[in-house]
Design a protein around this ligand. Structure first.
Ligand code: HEC
Ligand code: HEC
Ligand code: HEC
Ligand code: HEC
Ligand code: HEC
Ligand code: HEC
Ligand code: HEC
Length: 498
C-alpha cells in the first residue's frame, strides 16, 4: 500500500515539474494571447452554427482558420509621436476606449501611465495612474487632465473653463458632499444658513473635522453617510448579489466594497455586479469594481446615476441608508437592459416620489446637463443652489416661450457640432437652426425649435420627443412660481399612479 502511494506521489511530482517547465517556456503574455485566440475561436464556431448565407459561412471559416494558425507575438504599437507601446501584448482584445481616444494615435500610457515598453507585468504596471481607475479624482489631473501625445491640454489647463472638467468635477457637490453636511448640521441647529464655516472646495465634507460638534451620532454620520456615495472614491451601496443566480452569491468572493471613481462613475457604464464582460483575457470576470467593458460614453442612462441616487432613504436618527424595498427588482431590470415604460416608472425614483411624465420618459442627463452633473466651478453647499436646470427652459411659462438662439456663423456651428459627439443620432445641425438656451447661457443643441415644433432628442437613445408648451395650454400655474415643487402640486404622477 505504502509503495503505491509513494509511486503515485512521485508521478504527480514529476508531472507538476514537467508542467511548470512547460509554462516557463511560454512567456506570460503568450498564455494570454493563446487564451484570447481560443475564446475568439469558440465564439466564431458558435456564430458559424447560426449562419445560413454561404458567403458569410466562407468568410467565417476563413477567419476561424486564421485564428487556428495564429501564434502569440509581441504587439508593438508605434504612435505618431514615435513612442512604442506594448501593453496590448498582454491586453490583446481590449476594447477601444472611445472614438475620441483612438488607441493607434493615443496609446495607453497617456491615460494609464506605467512603463509601456515592458513585457513584465510588475514593471509594466509600476507607477500607473490609479491602478485600474485612471478616472479616480486623486489621479485625474495626471490622466484625464494631462497632456495628449500631440501636446494639447486635455481636460484641464484650458482657457475655456467648460473644458476643464477635471477641475470642475473635483469641486462639484457630488464630489464634496457639502450639501449633505450642510443639511444635517442645520437639522441639528449647528448652522443657521447653508454656509458651513471653514469648509471650502478643497476640503471634502467627509474630511471635515467634528462635523456634528461631538454629538453622539458623529462617528456613524462620518462613516455611513458622509464617506459614502460620492465621486471621490466613496463607497457605493450596491446590492452585488446577482439576482439571476439561484444561490444569489455576491460576485466577489471577498465581498469587497465597490467605490465610485470620479469620471468613471458616470462615463464608464456598469452592470449590477460591477464586473467586466469584455474581451481582455487578463481581466477576471468575477471581480467587482469594474465597468462592463473598456469604454467611455456620454450616453449615460439613468441606471448609471441610480448607482447613488434613488437607492433608498436616509434615516436621520440612525444615520443609516435603508435600501428601497423593491431594490431586487430594480437590480434585475438594470441587468435586463431596454426597459418598458412600466418598468422604468417603477425603477426610476423611490416609491412615493412625485413627477411629471418627462421626468421618467427622459433620462436624467436630458435635463441635468454638464453644469448640473460636472459642476460649473462654483462651490455649492446646497443641492438646490447647485441645480441650474428649470422646467421653464423647455416648457416656457404662461407668458413666455422658452429662450432660444439661432446658429448664425460656421464657427458656432463647428462648436455645436463638436458637442454633438455626445450622441451620434442627433439630427444634423445647420446654420439658421434654432436651439434652446438655459438662463446661465448653456447652449442645448439637443433641444430645437422649428416652425410649430419644439423637439427634444434623447441624449441616450437619440429618440425624438415633442415638448408641450405651457403657453396656449390649459395650465393653471402661477407664472411667479416656477420651482418643481409648485408644478408637482398638479403634475403629480407616482409609480403607483403613473
Ligand atoms: C482615454 C483614457 C484611456 C486610454 C487611452 C486607455 N484606457 Fe484603459 N482604462 C481607462 C479607464 C477610464 C478605465 C477604467 C474603466 C472602469 O471603470 O472599469 C480603464 C481600465 C483599463 C483596464 C482594466 C479593465 C477595465 O476595463 O476596467 C485595463 C486592463 C486597461 N484599461 C488597459 C488599457 C490599454 C491596454 C490601453 C491601450 C490600448 C488603454 N487601457 C487605453 C481609460 C483609458
Ligand atoms: C505581462 C503582461 C502585461 C503587460 C505587459 C501589461 N499588463 Fe496590464 N495587466 C496584466 C494582468 C495579468 C492584469 C490583471 C490583474 C493582475 O493580475 O494584476 C492586468 C491589469 C491591468 C489593469 C487593471 C489593474 C487593476 O488593478 O485593476 C490595467 C489598468 C492595466 N493592466 C494596464 C496596463 C497598461 C497601461 C500596460 C502597458 C503600460 C499594461 N497593463 C501592460 C498583464 C499585463
Ligand atoms: C457616486 C455617486 C453619484 C453618482 C454616480 C451620481 N450622483 Fe448625483 N449626487 C450624488 C450626491 C451624493 C449628491 C448630493 C451631494 C450633497 O448634497 O452633498 C448628488 C447631487 C446631484 C444633483 C443635485 C446637485 C447638482 O449638482 O445639480 C443632481 C442634479 C445630480 N446629482 C444628478 C446626477 C446625474 C444626472 C447623475 C448621472 C449622470 C448622477 N447624479 C450620478 C452622488 C452621485
Ligand atoms: C455625475 C456624472 C459625471 C461625472 C462624474 C463626469 N461627467 Fe463628464 N459628462 C457627464 C454628462 C451628463 C455629459 C454630457 C454633458 C452635456 O449635457 O453636454 C458629460 C460630458 C463630458 C464630456 C464631453 C464634452 C462636454 O463637455 O459635453 C467630457 C470631455 C467629459 N464629460 C469629461 C469628464 C471628465 C474628465 C470627468 C472626470 C473629471 C467627468 N467628465 C466626470 C457626466 C459626468
Ligand atoms: C424632465 C427633466 C428632469 C429629469 C429627467 C430629471 N430631473 Fe432632476 N431635477 C429637474 C429639475 C427641473 C430640478 C430642479 C427642481 C427645483 O425646481 O428645485 C431637479 C432637481 C434634482 C435634484 C436636486 C434635489 C432637489 O430636489 O432639488 C436631484 C438630486 C436630481 N434632480 C436628480 C435627478 C436624477 C438622479 C434623475 C434621473 C434618475 C433626474 N434628476 C431626472 C429635472 C429633471
Ligand atoms: C429638458 C427639457 C425638459 C425639462 C427641463 C422639463 N421637461 Fe417636461 N417635458 C419635456 C418633454 C420632451 C415632454 C414630452 C415627454 C413625453 O412625451 O413623454 C415633457 C412633458 C411634460 C408634461 C406633459 C406630460 C405630463 O406629465 O402630463 C408636463 C406636465 C411636464 N413636462 C412638466 C414638467 C415639469 C414640472 C418640469 C420641471 C420639474 C419639466 N417638465 C421639465 C421636456 C422637459
Ligand atoms: C394649479 C395646477 C397646476 C400647476 C401648479 C401647474 N400646472 Fe401645468 N397644467 C395644469 C393643467 C390643469 C394643465 C392642462 C391639462 C393637461 O393638458 O394635462 C396643465 C398643462 C401643462 C402643460 C402642457 C401639457 C400638455 O400635454 O399640453 C405643461 C408643459 C405644464 N402644464 C407645465 C407646468 C409647469 C412647468 C409647471 C410649474 C412651473 C406647472 N405646469 C404648474 C395644471 C397645473
Amino acid at each position: 500500500m505504502k509503495k503505491v502511494v509513494l509511486l503515485v506521489s512521485t508521478l504527480i511530482l514529476v508531472l507538476i515539474i514537467i508542467l511548470t517547465l512547460k509554462q516557463e517556456g511560454t512567456p506570460e503574455w503568450g498564455r494570454y494571447q493563446t487564451e484570447y485566440f481560443k475564446e475568439q475561436l469558440a465564439n466564431l464556431q458558435i456564430e458559424l452554427g447560426s449562419v445560413r448565407d454561404d458567403n458569410e459561412k466562407q468568410k467565417l471559416l476563413a477567419e476561424i482558420e486564421s485564428y487556428r494558425q495564429r501564434k502569440p507575438e509581441i504587439v508593438n504599437l508605434t504612435l505618431p509621436n514615435g513612442e512604442t507601446e506594448r501593453c496590448k501584448t498582454c491586453h490583446i482584445g481590449i476594447e477601444e476606449i472611445s472614438n475620441s481616444h483612438p488607441s493607434d494615435t493615443m496609446g495607453c500610457a497617456v491615460c494609464h501611465g506605467g512603463n509601456p515598453l515592458s513585457l513584465d507585468k510588475t514593471t509594466a504596471h509600476a507607477q500607473m495612474n490609479g491602478g485600474g481607475h485612471p478616472g479616480s479624482l486623486d489621479v485625474a489631473s495626471l490622466s484625464c487632465g494631462g497632456t495628449g501625445p500631440s501636446g494639447v491640454a486635455c481636460h484641464s489647463g484650458n482657457q475655456d473653463l467648460a473644458k476643464n472638467q477635471v477641475d470642475t468635477v473635483k469641486t462639484s457637490i457630488m464630489s464634496t458632499k457639502a450639501g449633505e453636511l450642510s443639511v444635517v448640521r442645520r437639522m441639528f441647529g449647528i448652522d443657521k444658513t447653508t454656509e458651513v464655516p471653514g469648509l471650502d472646495k478643497v476640503v471634502g465634507a467627509y474630511h471635515y473635522p467634528n462635523p456634528l460638534q461631538g454629538r453622539p451620532n458623529e462617528e456613524v454620520f462620518q462613516q455611513d453617510c458622509l464617506s459614502q456615495c460620492h465621486q471621490s472614491t466613496g463607497d457605493l451601496h450596491l446590492n452585488l448579489k446577482n439576482p439571476q443566480s439561484a444561490t444569489a452569491q455576491p460576485a466577489t468572493a471577498s465581498n469587497e466594497k465597490v467605490q465610485a471613481n470620479g469620471c468613471e462613475a458616470c462615463h464608464v457604464l456598469t452592470n449590477p455586479t460591477h464586473t467586466y464582460i469584455g474581451n481582455d483575457p487578463t481581466i477576471q470576470e468575477n471581480q467587482s469594481g469594474r465597468g462592463m467593458v473598456h469604454r467611455l460614453t456620454t450616453q449615460i442612462p439613468y441606471t448609471q446615476c441610480n448607482q447613488c441616487h434613488n437607492q433608498g432613504t436616509h434615516d436621520p436618527i440612525k444615520m443609516k441608508l435603508s435600501a428601497r424595498s423593491d431594490i431586487d427588482k430594480v437590480t434585475r431590470d438594470w441587468q435586463a437592459g431596454d426597459l418598458t415604460w412600466t418598468d422604468r416608472v417603477r425603477d426610476y425614483y423611490l416609491p412615493g416620489e412625485v413627477f411629471a411624465r418627462c421626468e421618467v420618459s427622459l433620462d436624467c442627463i436630458d435635463c441635468h446637463t454638464k453644469l448640473d452633473t460636472m459642476g460649473d466651478g462654483e462651490f455649492y453647499t446646497s443641492q438646490h443652489e447647485a441645480v441650474h436646470i428649470q422646467c421653464l427652459y423647455c416648457h416656457g411659462t404662461k407668458e413666455k416661450l422658452p429662450q432660444t438662439k439661432k446658429i448664425e456663423s460656421p464657427n458656432e456651428l463647428a462648436v455645436q457640432m463638436q458637442r454633438q459627439i455626445t450622441n451620434p443620432n442627433f439630427p444634423t445641425l445647420k446654420i439658421g437652426d434654432e436651439i434652446l438656451v438655459s438662463a446661465k447661457g448653456e447652449e442645448l443643441a439637443f433641444l430645437r425649435h422649428s416652425g410649430e415644433d419644439w423637439i427634444q432628442s434623447s441624449r441616450v437613445t437619440g429618440k425624438p420627443f415633442k415638448i408641450p408648451l405651457v403657453i396656449g395650454s390649459a395650465c393653471e400655474q402661477n407664472p411667479e412660481e416656477q420651482g418643481a415643487d409648485s408644478c408637482h402640486k398638479c403634475h403629480d404622477r407616482t409609480a403607483e399612479n403613473p
